[in-house]
Ligand binder design. Structure first.
Ligand code: ASP
Length: 383
């Protein structure tokens, strides 16, 4: 990367001071031990005094409600997600430039509930890897829709090899709403991504003042601002008053220890994996449809401890005979699916305590390595 010479730094700083309302250079020009280039030019109405060393944070924007707009300030549903640019997002957060040198990139601008894809997750993971590979980059924040945030977060957790902080953030209210939650969520996410304490914690979800691990955190509410967590296992910690507080650490393999590596993964490596949701009076129709559609894996979201309806079981047994991997998961949000005799008898894999949508991500990645159910079970135990 090209560094600014002292002369240019002085000139830029002077320009900043002389021309309020035109440019802000968010950098620590006086710190020669950590020279920073002008990463991002942000329009602003204030001057930016020379600051001490700040972390360099890259924001990768993908859309969602945090970048959404409604027609009135009271509109909190039915708005359009994925409208604002990353620069518009950061302009709405007073004080953000005082806590980090921000650079931005728009990777997508979508509603993650309707338009997220495995291909986009691959693309995003490669961008995250590229950003963190730069020694000047201290952490990455990904602005994302909340509907499928937990899936993207887990995908990154399993594929990006870096111990630098990777933080996903979104909002439950659009940017135009009264009491929009996006600005504070984004501020907290940048604080977290720039903090030393956040290193080697795996990918994190930062919403509503809480820090959640990518593996365990899921969306728990359709409309409330307090919409993410793991009611049973809790969170990693909190962000309060511009400071992160950690109380827990992830225990399962992630990022630097992961066997999956985004540098070796393309969207073409990933097989189709479908989720089949069980219910009273269920049958094999959806299982057969998944197999007919070419699924290489099926996550069965069973009742209770991964129970399978007697009319569905033959469908899953036939699927296994055709080389499809079947994972027994549950539609119940808490507790685990334990290893049972039916797994031995039918070569099924039990999911442990990850939910079906996360099990789909893990199985897609595991299928790039092996199709052996015993080995797949080991991956599910470790991750
Ligand atoms: N449908 C939106 C999305 O996932 C919801 C949100 O961001 O809260 O993009």
């Amino acid at each position: 990367m090209k560094k600014l010479t002292t002369k240019k730094k002085v000139a830029l700083t002077a320009l900043t001071l002389m021309a309020p309302g035109i440019i802000i250079i968010s950098s620590s020009y006086t710190d020669v031990s950590h020279p920073v280039e002008a990463k991002q030019i942000i329009t602003s109405n204030t001057t930016n005094p020379v600051k001490k060393k700040l972390p360099n944070i890259k924001i990768l924007a993908t859309g969602g409600t945090i970048a959404g707009t409604g027609s009135t300030s009271a509109q909190t549903t039915g708005y359009k997600a994925g409208v604002l640019t990353p620069d518009q997002l950061i302009e709405a957060v007073p004080g953000l430039k005082d806590v980090a040198n921000i650079s931005t990139e728009q990777v997508a601008n979508i509603d993650s509930g309707t338009s997220n894809t495995d291909a986009l997750m691959v693309k995003l993971a490669k961008e995250v890897h590229k950003a963190l590979d730069d020694p000047e980059c201290d952490g990455v924040v990904i602005t994302h829709g909340t509907d499928t945030m937990e899936e993207t977060a887990y995908f990154l957790n399993l594929t990006v090899h870096s111990d630098k902080p990777i933080v996903l953030v979104g909002a439950m209210r659009p940017s135009t709403s009264l009491s929009a939650d996006g600005p504070l969520n984004l501020y907290n996410a940048v604080i977290l991504a720039g903090s030393k304490e956040a290193h080697d914690k795996g990918v994190m979800i930062s919403m509503n003042g809480k820090i959640g691990s990518a593996r365990d955190t899921f969306k728990t509410n359709t409309t409330d601002v307090d919409a993410f967590g793991n009611p049973e296992l809790g969170s990693l910690g909190y962000i309060q008053g511009g400071k992160p507080y950690f109380y827990n650490v992830p225990t399962k393999k992630h990022t630097t220890e992961s066997d999956f590596d985004i540098r070796k993964i393309t969207e073409d490596n990933l097989h189709r994996v479908d989720i089949v949701y069980s219910h009273a009076d269920d049958d094999r129709v959806m299982v057969d449809a998944a197999v007919a559609a070419g699924a290489k894996g099926i996550i069965h979201a069973g009742t209770g401890n991964g129970s399978i309806n007697e009319k569905t079981l033959p469908g899953l047994q036939d699927a296994v005979k055709k080389g499809v991997v079947v994972v027994r998961d549950t539609r119940v949000p808490e507790g685990m699916v334990t290893h049972e005799q039916t797994d031995e008898d039918n070569h099924f894999v039990n999911s442990g305590n990850i939910n079906p949508q996360k099990a789909r991500i893990l199985l897609m990645l595991v299928l790039t390595k092996t199709e052996d159910p015993n080995k797949i079970q080991e991956y599910f135990n470790e991750y």
